[in-house]
Design a protein around this ligand. Structure first.
Ligand SMILES: Cc1ncc(COP(=O)(O)O)c(C=O)c1O
Length: 406
């Protein structure tokens, strides 16, 4: 039986207060809080193995290297990749997608080629491709989104036609909280031998993900959204593609031999990990993913689905509230909305004074704001450590805030 109080007890931040009120943390899509096992591991690594990895022969460095590589193996197992060499550590999903966009396009994209993204992408799955397209003389095509927040795949054949070199799409939108039909997109793209990058920044948290079953060629996510330390992230890539791609950054430990005439590169994954990484942060993936795995147990999923349905129904009947992504099924507990006559930022500020942390603004998805004709939204995003009581308090507070602001 899922015990939310036992889960909450693992997160010191959740018993904190803001403005003297118990915190209601509904900004989990931006950053999750960290459980004790992660906080303690980071402290421990900082004391007993704070030495640079992959370099020195001394014991402390060896311990640090082992913790870092154990975390790589934990990530591999968590996402079902074939080999730890296909797991590249980065500073986050943004860095992962910049790496993929730069290196993939350097090798596989040329003038006149096309890169496909979807209308619901986060800026970090748009701008790196735009930068690459600019460098290479390529262009972007966009899979549109329907009014209810689902992707419109009716024109997919046409979108994938011609010199399309890669498709990049979010597993779950960070604005709409809706699962995208990535399997269908991958199938259609692969039928034309086009590789697909999946932005898993939200997906990894809410969906048991196996990159082999999904069939994607690249998968990117951040550690700080799934309980690990901040400044951590992953790019999974299929070995054949990663082998072909040039390095993204040059520097220490990514080399084979260096002379002034020529440099050869280290084998995967170090070819893509120049310089000293955030080795203490990355090492916390072991504890973070161990914890996250428990939240995919049947009783935890049932609990989360209950929270999602409860909050959806409460919001759906709130007068004057427009929920973006109205689709009730296939969604995670993430809700972006506006209330007629109230500015999103004002609402978020007043809720903050009531102890509630939500996100407001463009949510790093300006094209999607334009699509829905708004300048911003309020976003409440939950994790299985949130409760129905918090949702009740949120709804009461929303009501008070709206009456103050109207
Ligand atoms: C769908 C999606 N992609 C990418 C990112 C970027 O993640 P980060 O800022 O951790 O690099 C986010 C962060 O909110 C996201 O939600």
């Amino acid at each position: 039986m899922f015990d939310v109080n036992a889960i909450r007890a693992e997160f010191p931040a959740l018993s904190g207060k803001v403005y003297g009120k118990p915190i209601v943390y509904f900004d989990n899509a931006a950053t999750s809080q960290r459980p004790r096992c992660v906080l303690e591991a980071a402290d421990r690594f900082s004391v007993v193995s704070n030495a640079n990895i992959h370099r020195a022969v001394h014991r402390m460095a060896d311990d640090a290297t082992q913790a870092y590589e154990a975390a790589r193996e934990a990530v591999r197992a968590f996402i079902g990749a074939d080999s730890a060499e296909e797991i590249i550590f980065t500073s986050g999903a943004t860095a992962a997608m910049n790496l993929a966009a730069f290196s993939f396009c350097e090798r596989f994209v040329s003038e006149g080629d096309v890169i496909v993204v979807s209308a619901v992408e986060h800026h970090s799955d748009i701008v790196p491709w735009q930068l690459a397209a600019l460098r290479k003389g390529a262009s972007l095509r966009v899979i549109p989104v329907n009014e209810d927040g689902t992707l419109d795949l009716s024109g997919l054949d046409r979108i994938l036609d011609g010199p399309v070199r890669i498709v990049a799409v979010a597993q779950i939108s960070n604005v709409l909280g809706i699962r995208n039909p990535v399997e269908k997109i991958i199938e259609a793209a692969h039928a034309r031998s086009i590789p697909v990058l999946v932005d898993g920044a939200q997906g990894i948290v809410h969906e048991r993900t196996d990159v082999k079953r999904l069939g994607c060629d690249f998968y990117a996510f951040s550690g700080h959204k799934i309980f690990a330390a901040t400044g951590t992230g992953v790019l999974y890539g299929r070995r054949e593609l990663l082998e072909e791609m040039p390095p993204y950054m040059g520097g220490g430990e990514m080399v084979g031999h260096v002379t002034f005439d020529k440099t050869t590169y280290a084998p995967l994954p170090l070819k893509f990990e120049a310089g000293t990484p955030n080795f203490i942060g990355q090492a916390t993936f072991t504890q973070a993913l161990g914890f996250a795995g428990k939240l995919f147990a049947d009783d935890a999923v049932e609990y989360t689905d209950g929270l999602t349905a409860y909050m959806y129904d409460r919001l759906a009947c709130y007068p004057g509230l427009k929920l973006f992504g109205e689709c009730r099924t296939g969604r995670i507990p993430l809700f972006s909305f506006n209330i007629g006559g109230v500015h999103h930022e004002d609402l978020a500020l007043v809720l903050d004074k009531m102890g509630i942390a939500v996100r407001s603004g463009q949510l790093c998805a300006e094209p999607l704001m334009d699509r829905f004709g708004v300048t911003g939204m309020v976003r409440a995003s939950l994790l299985p450590y949130n409760t129905k009581e918090e949702i009740d308090y949120f709804m009461e507070s929303l009501d008070r805030a709206v009456r103050m602001l109207k």
